[in-house]
Design a protein around this ligand. Structure first.
Ligand code: G
Ligand code: G
Ligand code: MN
Ligand code: NA
Length: 256
């Protein structure tokens, strides 16, 4: 099957579906946030993962249409009667911004307009960006990030600890949150070097008033190690995989 044609027909037929992965407050055990992750629900092929089609979307210029489909389908979930009944009316959702979106000077206005149209408070939306995407043109990215934050939308730096993870950027970028990459989390309970790096990042974020999400928590040993280090927010398969809306209202994920 031709990947580009499949993606085009998925967009045309409205097969794009946001799955939501809970973020767990490790102190209270509450789920008060989710990350929206893109899936294609193909009638013949079943669920297709973004690892297969996001690179195609970026190469072919279809990423704009795909991102819009994600936005348009995610915002109504934030006022979904059953989701708000189970998780409260204030939960926030983060969307992954593609590099092209981060460098689009009209992006902030676009998001604000769609939030307004959907009747969602901008303070409930977060965007996740990567350092690599910022580096493509830091000056434009900074302007977009500042506009987003001025509108009340939060900005999270994703995959921290996986790439360059420049401390200079951490100081200069207008950020609300840091998401620590799962490569630093996997097996942290039996790796003193990972623990040292994690402790440094947690301390630094506290001093910089950045909230921290620890990603990719897969087992109890990693969780208790991270709780012992004072981590506040966790995400990972131990709590829940990314799930469709219907499954999130049917069964509440395990708590911290
Ligand atoms: O959900 P999963 O772990 O399979 O996602 C794989 C990758 O695809 C992750 O790096 C994630 O950031 C990316 N991704 C998932 N959904 C979106 C999306 O809506 N937009 C963009 N730009 N990337 C996404
Ligand atoms: O790059 P980003 O952080 O946006 O990627 C999110 C991806 O990480 C999603 O595709 C999601 O399915 C995946 N993910 C979330 N939790 C875990 C986990 O505990 N283990 C693994 N291996 N992947 C995870
Ligand atoms: Mn992400
Ligand atoms: Na990540």
């Amino acid at each position: 099957l031709d990947a580009e044609q499949s993606l085009r027909s998925a967009l045309r037929h409205d097969w794009v579906e946001p799955f939501l992965q809970p973020l767990v407050n490790l102190q209270t055990g509450e789920v008060d946030a989710f990350e929206a992750l893109c899936r294609i629900r193909h009638p013949d092929l079943g669920l297709i993962s973004p690892g297969l089609f996001i690179p195609v979307a970026e190469e072919t210029g279809l990423i704009g249409a795909l991102s819009d489909a994600m936005l348009i389908k995610t915002l109504p979930l934030m006022n979904d009667p059953l989701l708000t009944q189970v998780y409260g009316e204030h939960f926030s959702v983060s969307l992954n911004l593609s590099p092209a979106q981060l460098h689009d000077p009209a992006m902030a206005d676009h998001l604000i307009r769609e939030l307004h149209r959907a009747g969602v408070d901008p303070r409930r939306l977060k965007v996740e960006i990567t350092e690599t995407a910022v580096m493509a043109d830091a000056s434009i990215a900074m302007v977009v990030m500042k506009e987003l934050r001025r509108a009340g939308i939060s900005v999270a730096l994703d995959d921290f600890g996986a790439g360059y993870s420049s401390l200079g950027y951490l100081r200069q970028l207008p950020l609300d949150q840091l998401k620590i990459d799962r490569s630093l989390v996997s097996g942290i309970d039996s790796d003193s070097e990972k623990r040292a790096i994690m402790e440094m990042i947690l301390t630094l974020c506290e001093r910089l008033s950045l909230s921290v999400v620890v990603e990719g928590i897969e087992n109890e040993r990693e969780l208790s190690c991270l709780v012992g280090m004072g981590a506040h927010i966790g995400q990972g398969f131990l709590f829940s995989r990314p799930l469709p809306r219907d499954e999130l209202v049917a069964q509440v994920p395990r708590r911290g």
